[in-house]
Design a protein. Sequence first.
Length: 277
Amino acid sequence: MPQVNNLIQVQESNQNYGTQSYLLGPQRAAEAGRKTLVLDLDETLVHSSFKPVENADIMLPVEIDGQICTIYVLVRPFVAQFLKQMHKIFELVIFTASLSKYAEPLMQTLDPQKMCSYLLFREHCTFFSNAYVKDLTRLGRPMKDVIIVDNSPTAYLFQPENAMPAVSWYDDPNDTELNRIATLLERLSLEDDVRKVIRTVIQNNKIDPRQEQLYLASSTHRREKSQRADRRTKHSKLTSSNVQAAPDQQPLNIQKMHNKQYPQENQPSIAFGHDLN
Ligand SMILES: [Mg+2]
């Protein structure tokens, strides 16, 4: 198993909100206020097996029962692009029911730039009815701002209204599921409460194609309408500022755009879960 350096255990960075301890620490400063996108690994972003695969994208040596075994990993098409695109608009969290000794080195290869802020493993799942459930209320984020992308309905059993189901992936090189989901997620990132949309667009643990189209069309319409309104407001402010302000004064709205402040970074930006070893 590769050596893991400079990693901070999730439990060390747990925050106490009231009396309850949550799985995630604070958001990175640059991501403060964003919605949280929780991503599953197996059959959502990758497919792994102990059976040798000729075209494996990643080969991971993992110690199991005192023996080093190789895990062959196939990476779903468009994963790199998906992570990069989602990293611009969400706080990213990997939540897998697999063991950290497999998932942690895998993520080092899959996400060398550490776009994902936190990694959560099997020990962070809730064992319920003989299955590992990812209880999103334990994250410590407002539930209206949390979306999980997972191929297994069991994983989001407790909060289906926060789930964007992904079709299970094994090896199809022509799969475009992540692109489809990315389009929906981009729109969801602008919603006040993601659950309101998910309740409509997701039916029986699947994206309903008709509702998906209706939502994308309506949200495009809403976005264009609000952009038009923004342009009208800006134009009228510029016009009135030009009339009322002294020649050396900038209109207020332009000054505001240049003065955007972000909170100071006061916490480590990366935190990983603890190893089972
Ligand atoms: Mg899975």
